[in-house]
Design a protein around this ligand. Sequence first.
Ligand code: SF4
Length: 283
Amino acid sequence: MKIIVARSVGFCSGVSRAVTGLLRVLENRGTTYCLGEIIHNPQVVNELKTRGMIVVTRVGDVPEGGRFIIRSHGLPLDIISEAKERSLQIFDFTCPKVKKIHTLVSRLIDDGYFCYIAGNPHHPEVQAILSLTGSNGIVVEQEADAVIKPHGGRGALVVQTTFNPHRFREIAGKLILLSKETLVCNTLCEETLKRQKETAELAEKTDLVVVVGGKKSSNTKTLYQIALEHTEAAHVETPDGLDASLFVGRKRVGVVSGASTPRKTVQEVKERIESIAKSLSRV
Ligand code: SF4
């Protein structure tokens, strides 16, 4: 069995920046609070907890003046205001690519545009972007939900960095047809797009793709869907999720990873597949 690992695996630049930054704060200053999990990877989150990160579900649970990080997805304006009111020491690790969307959306709103955000309404990145639109923005998750909102100005569309590009294209197409003028801003993350392209290419030439990443990770789930469009696929968080029966009769197996999966976990998955391959060859 040949095992081919994609070129782009391990943390993306935004996740790497947030995790490295948090580790520095934990090491130099001690206990630090995070609203929700810093990344969608339970193994990394548990490791950071052992080093002093405390995950809270409300800003109100952070003691006055405590250290508080903004994760790579960013945070809605009202939560940042609440953190400031509680005099928290804020360490902002919002990914620069997400920050760019914040700047763009603020400018569009100032210029009188109504903002459509293609994305998952429950995703924290989308909620943070929506908070910048006041009452002049909505989230559109699928083509069927794309309707033009009555608004004096023009419409503009942005997209969640890790959203499915095909769905973004469908939503953009519908809004363009429904309106006289819609400004379409492609704010998809190039690093995510590169992983998606590599996944499709790998899936074309293998008979199974193993996608390594958190079960709640949006970008990992998209990679899994893309792999499934071309071949068989399995989504695992760690090597323990691999079942030997999955590899019976396989000749070429691809391995890809989500943006919040450490390179070390990908290597462990590869080694487990190699060991399964060896034991199958002896049968
Ligand atoms: S996937 Fe892209 S936008 Fe999201 S954190 Fe990583 S680099 Fe930033």
